[in-house]
Design a binder for this molecule. Structure first.
Ligand code: 5AD
Length: 350
């Protein structure tokens, strides 16, 4: 079978046998990638039109108990100046975002024990009370099912938790032994059962990753069928054990994004900050490869440089209004329009 035939088959069957994933992901050419991108773009515009949803990320704590080998805010990185935002700080970010048209706030942070269920409930309730027309998305890592349920009951409706890699052997090369893929999967299943719109995803080109691992990612995502998928290239951070590894390939990232769009047509698919970091036009390329979401930073400018998951992260100097204006211009340059609104998964409407 040729790679084009594999892509056609994926469009019809919404999944491929593992061997075809491995072949496709290890042998695709520029033409194959463009073929997938065009198909993905058509699917995306067929469902969402030429519109891009935007979500504001509020990085409210860079304190983390985990020690992921790739991540700049890992526990062992003593060079990071650590911070926590107060509820007032967070609400100020929301206010600035609200005034600029944001209707989804993504609270992202390290796994910081200070943010107990009580404190997180208070934050979620306060945002929902002030902005009842907005969605609160959480991206705060692995917690108990009970905790996820309490935060859902407090009003959170979406949860982002990348699976990072669907291969247990590869997972163990990226994380200390106390962090397991099994618990990650337990969390993703709990979140979905509770009723969240759930996002998973992986890095492309992380150290020791093989085409087989990427194939496992596609098999897993095709089976799990998340509402959202976050995929970006691995980018080395100079204060981590992975400092000397190379960044992941933009082309493979774009190919993975297109294949996700073809496999799960209605998925909410952001063109990630990491993609925009490895290449100036990365987020535009992402949209042209089938992405339909952009997640600008709403964190206070004073903390942006302290939330460095990888080196040279873009968007650390833009105010909410400037960041929005710049992204809107970038999208308009390729014929797309950013739209305000909640931007729920098509699966959750009606
Ligand atoms: N390069 C790219 N992505 C990274 N992330 C963490 N560290 C890096 C890095 N060095 C991603 C992880 C995590 C998300 C919040 O950021 O996939 O889930």
């Amino acid at each position: 079978m040729t790679n084009r035939e594999r892509i056609d088959r994926l469009e019809i069957e919404k999944q491929l046998p593992k061997e075809d994933w491995v072949q496709l992901l290890s042998t695709f050419t520029t033409e194959d990638r463009e073929y997938a991108a065009e198909k993905a773009r058509k699917i995306s515009t067929g469902i969402f039109g030429k519109t891009i949803y935007f979500r504001g990320i509020i990085e409210f704590t860079n304190i983390c108990k985990n020690d992921c080998y790739y991540c700049g805010i890992r526990r062992s990185n003593d060079a990071v100046s650590r911070y926590r935002l107060t509820l007032e700080d967070i609400l100020e970010c929301c206010q600035e975002g609200y005034e600029n048209g944001y209707r989804t706030f993504v609270l992202q942070g390290g796994e910081d024990g200070w943010f107990t269920d009580e404190r997180m409930e208070e934050i979620v309730r306060a945002i929902k009370e002030r902005y009842p027309d907005c969605v609160v998305t959480l991206s705060i890592g692995e917690r108990s099912r009970e905790s996820y349920q309490r935060l859902y009951d407090a009003g959170a409706r979406r949860y982002l938790l990348r699976h990072e890699t669907a291969s247990p052997v590869h997972y163990a090369k990226l994380h200390p032994a106390v962090q397991t893929l099994a618990n990650r999967m337990r969390c993703l299943n709990d979140l979905r059962e509770i009723g969240y719109q759930v996002g998973c995803g992986c890095m492309v080109g992380s150290p020791y990753q093989t085409a087989e691992d990427l194939a496992e990612d596609m098999l897993f995502m095709g089976k799990f069928r998340p509402h959202m998928i976050g995929i970006g290239p691995f980018i080395p951070h100079s204060q981590t054990p992975f400092r000397d590894f190379e960044a992941g390939s933009v082309e493979t990232t774009l190919m993975m994004l297109s294949l996700c769009r073809i496999m799960i047509p209605e998925v909410l698919l952001p063109a990630t900050t990491a993609l925009g970091t490895v290449r100036g036009d990365g987020r535009q390329e992402g949209v042209l490869a089938g992405c339909n979401v952009i997640m600008p930073n709403l964190s206070p400018l004073s903390v942006r440089k302290k939330y460095m998951l990888y080196d040279n992260k873009v968007g650390t100097a833009d105010s909410a209004a400037d960041g929005m204006a710049r992204l809107a211009a970038q999208m308009e340059a390729i014929g797309y329009q950013v739209v305000s609104g909640r931007g729920d998964s098509p699966r959750m409407q009606g």
